[in-house]
Design a protein around this ligand. Structure first.
Ligand SMILES: Nc1ncnc2c1ncn2[C@@H]1O[C@H](COP(=O)(O)OP(=O)(O)OP(=O)(O)O)[C@@H](O)[C@H]1O
Length: 257
């Protein structure tokens, strides 16, 4: 369970990224966050694992305040939260397997991970994660030898190796072509259903949001302006989230043809 209570975030330059957000997300939900560029989607996601500090309110993960946590407490909460980025954030010169093993660092001392002394079980966990996203055959290949879609799968495998209970994905398919986009979204959805990992994804494409989400949250100017099931997220609702009618380039299907 993720709970945000009266969360606001003002950047040091005075820009208000988030304004009085109240949300409660249950274990196993697949939530898609939509909104215009600058609406606050990244700020919201990054606040949830404290890549950003909020300036007001409280965020609780599994009942524990990540806002108040520090030191070991913060590391333990963060271990349960996996992050997926548009740019994959892999160590390009390392093998796929080493990148996935990086998901295990939260379970061991810094010295041990610096020396690369991962126990044998970690290798098993990493291979299991790679199998789940169908790229176990690439384990010993350098990450930068893979296609964008495959690199994003490595990032998903890293989160699986981390044994995260929550996945936060910030525009995970923005750098991918339409076909690869669907494959990566299918992976995220399958993992959500098979493992019950709470998944929160920022997406630009409206049809993609509708196809994968069970719940859509619409942001505008740092505020939640829609929160409901996909069945209620009509074109009119999207137009009201965006403050204008939907444009063709906000539909992935338009890019396929
Ligand atoms: N580091 C920063 N310093 C100051 N203002 C920022 C910073 N990061 C984001 N903002 C501002 O906060 C607001 C929300 O930005 P955010 O990146 O969260 O939006 P977004 O919905 O994710 O947009 P995009 O899809 O373009 O990434 C915007 O007005 C943005 O300009």
């Amino acid at each position: 369970m993720i709970e945000l209570t009266n969360v606001s975030k003002t950047y040091p330059n005075g820009t208000k990224g988030l304004n009085q957000i109240n949300l409660s997300i249950s274990q196993g939900e697949f939530v898609v966050i939509v909104g215009l560029s600058g609406a606050g989607k990244s700020t919201l996601l990054r606040s949830m694992n404290r890549l950003h500090d909020i300036t007001e309110g409280d965020i609780r993960i599994g009942g524990k305040s990540i806002t108040q946590a520090s030191g070991q407490q913060l590391r333990t909460i963060r271990r349960d939260i996996g992050m997926i980025f548009q740019s994959f954030n892999l160590v390009k010169r390392s093998t796929v397997l080493r990148n996935v093993m990086a998901g295990r660092v939260g379970y061991h001392s810094t010295l041990r991970t610096l020396l690369g002394l991962f126990p044998k079980e970690d290798t098993d966990i990493a291979f299991e994660a790679l199998r789940r996203v169908n790229i176990a055959d690439k384990a010993y290949i350098r990450a930068d030898q893979l296609s964008g879609g495959q690199q994003q799968r490595v990032a998903i495998a890293r989160v699986l190796a981390q044994e995260a209970k929550i996945i936060l994905a910030d525009e995970p398919v923005a750098s991918l072509d339409p076909l690869t986009t669907k494959q990566v979204m299918d992976d995220l959805k399958r993992i959500n259903q098979e493992l019950g990992i709470t998944t929160i994804v920022n997406l630009h494409f409206i049809d993609l949001a509708r196809a994968y989400a069970t719940r859509i949250i619409g942001l505008r100017a740092g505020e939640v302006v829609f929160d409901g099931p996909v069945s209620e997220a009509t074109d009119n609702v999207f137009a009201s989230i965006y403050g204008r009618p939907i444009e063709q380039d906000e539909l992935l299907e338009e890019r396929v043809v």
